[in-house]
Ligand binder design. Sequence first.
Ligand code: NZQ
Ligand code: ZN
Length: 392
Amino acid sequence: MNNFTFYSPTEFVFGRETETQVGLLCKKYGASRVMLVYGGGSVVRSGLLDKVKQSLTEQDIAFCELGGVQPNPIDTKVYEGLELAKSFAPDFLLPVGGGSTIDTAKAIAAGYYYEGDFWDFYVTPARPTKALPLGVVLTIPAAGSEGSGNTVITNTKTHVKNGLRMPMLLRPKFAIMNPELTMTLPEWQTASGISDMIAHILERYLSNTPDVQIGDRLAEGMILAIMEEAEKVIANPKDYEARANIMWSGTIAHNDTCSLGRQEDWNSHAMEHEISAEYDVTHGAGLAVVFPAFLKYAANHNPHKVAQLAHRVFGVADSGDASADAHEGAKRFKTWLHDKLHLPVNFAQLGVPEPNIELMNTRLHKLKGEVLQGYMQLDADATKVIYEYCKE
Ligand code: NZQ
Ligand code: ZN
C-alpha cells in the first residue's frame, strides 16, 4: 500500500426531512450571507427551494440566488455567479441539486478570491489558495461531488471539459442527504447516476498497486450492493431503503474511501468527458458506453484486475485464463447496464450515431498528454481502439 493523507471533513446529515436543518447548519459553519445555487427547476417544482429559503430566513441568514445551472455545467454560468458574488459578497455558498450545481458552486468558491480567470484552475498549473466555504443539499446520487474535492466544468468556446481536484479546499463543510428527495428523479437520471458511481469505484479498483485488499474488498462489496439496490430502485422508485442505500453509495464511491494507498485510473472518465463535452450527453450514460469498452481493452492488455472483478463480482468461474475471464466479466457488466438499468451501451444507443472519434481523441491527448497514465499506458492508437469498441 502507498502512503496517503486522507482529509475528509464533511459533516453528512442523512435521512428524512434533514433539509429542514439547512439554516442551522449554515449558521454552524459561520454563514451570514449565502449564495444559493440551483439547476433548471427541479428544486423549484418539488418545493425544496422554498423550504431551504424558509430555513435560512428562520436563522436570519441573508441570501441571493443563482438558478439555471445546466447538466454538464458551463463556464458562462460560473462567470455569472462570480459577478453576482462580487455585488452580494456572500460568505458561504449553498448548492441545492446535483453534481452540476455543486461543481458550479465550487468553481465560484475557488474563483472568488482569485485575480485571474477561474478557468486557469482547470487547464493550467494555477491552483486556488483560498476558497469560499460551501454546504450542499443533494438531490441526485451520482457524481459524488457532495463528498469530493472535485469540480468539473465545460468551456463553451473550446469544448474542453476538465476537472479541478482540491480536497483540502473544496470538500463541502456539510452535505444534507434526504433519500426522499431523490424519488422524483426520472429513471434515466437514476440509472445514469448508478452507472457513474460504479465507474467511480472501478476507476479506483483498476490499479497495479499490490496489497490493497481493503480497497479491493470495499470496492467489490459496494458494487455488489449497488447492483442489488439498483434493481430494487428501478423496479420501485419509491422504495425508501433502496434509495437510501444508493444515495450513500454515491458518496462513498467518490469520497476516496476506497482509493486510499493505491494508484488510480481516471482514463475512462477523461474519455467520457470528451463525449459529454462534444455531444452534451448525460455523464453516467456516457460512462455506460465507455466503461465496458475500456474493460474489453483491458481484458486484452492488462487483464488481472478485470479478471478478479469478473470472479468476485460478476460470478465468472476461474478458468485459469485471466484474459478470457476478464472478457466474460466485461460482457456481463455491459449486459447488466443495458438490461437492468436500461442504459445505452454504444454510441448509437447514446444518440450519437456518427461520433467524431478523431476530434475527441485529438482533444483528449491534447488535454491529458501523449500517453495517458494509469492501469494501462494509453497512447492515441489505444484510446482510438477503445472509442471504436464504443460503437459495438
Ligand atoms: O437542473 P434540474 O432541474 O435540477 O434537473 C436535474 C438535471 O436535469 C435533474 N435532477 C436532479 N435532482 C433531481 C432532478 N430531477 C428530478 N428530481 C430530482 N431530485 O437531474 C439532472 C442531472 O443533474 P446533474 O446535477 O447534472 O447530475 P449529476 O449529479 O449526475 O452531475 C453530473 C455532472 O457532474 C460531473 C459530470 O461530469 C457532470 O458534469 N462530475 C462531477 C464530479 C465531481 N465533482 O466530483 C465527478 C464525476 O465523475 C463527474 O464527472
Ligand atoms: Zn463520474
